[in-house]
Design a protein around this ligand. Sequence first.
Ligand code: URA
Length: 212
Amino acid sequence: MTDPDHLTIVNHPLVQHKLTLMREKDTPTAVFRQLLREISQFLAYEITRNLEMGTKRIETPMEEMDAPTLAGRKLALISILRAGNGLLDGMLELIPSARVGFVGLYRDEETLKPVQYYFKVPEFMDERMVIAVDPMLATGNSSVAAIDLLKQAGATNIRFLCLLAAPEGVARMKEAHPDVPIVTAALDSHLNENGYIVPGLGDAGDRMFGTK
Ligand code: URA
């Protein structure tokens, strides 16, 4: 059973239609990348729903008014390398003043644990809404490790945005970081023996960058 406070699935017809096109194995790289960019904006819209608001006194051509504006520090988008980068551009179009950080992790072949190779995030992480982005929430190992690092850097208000999630990854995140809500376009069936999401869309990084 899914917990609506922890996991939000964006069921919008345009998102679901675009996701189907992305899943198809013959979708070309350029189209895949464009669709990811488009879906990232719907997901960003959903995940920023309750950003802190204030008001600003402005003058319209008709009269003065107290108009709503975003309050507080600029939010931070954190890309979990490398596939997270495929979500960044679209999100930045919607939130151009967001600050951006990067977390690079690889899997140690002996311990199978994620090891950090790059970490660069904006300052004042404790004062920002922080949105970690990675298209695929599969085992959850790298997402959990990335969020551990963001918490060590001071972040307390963290959300996680992905395109596809597996039940295993959602459960792992909920266990390790119950305070981090997840927004995704779909919750798929399961992981296969290689840790790929099924039915999924294959390797998101390879498909968006045309590697392999
Ligand atoms: N990473 C991917 O790119 N695809 C998966 O299915 C799982 C992890």
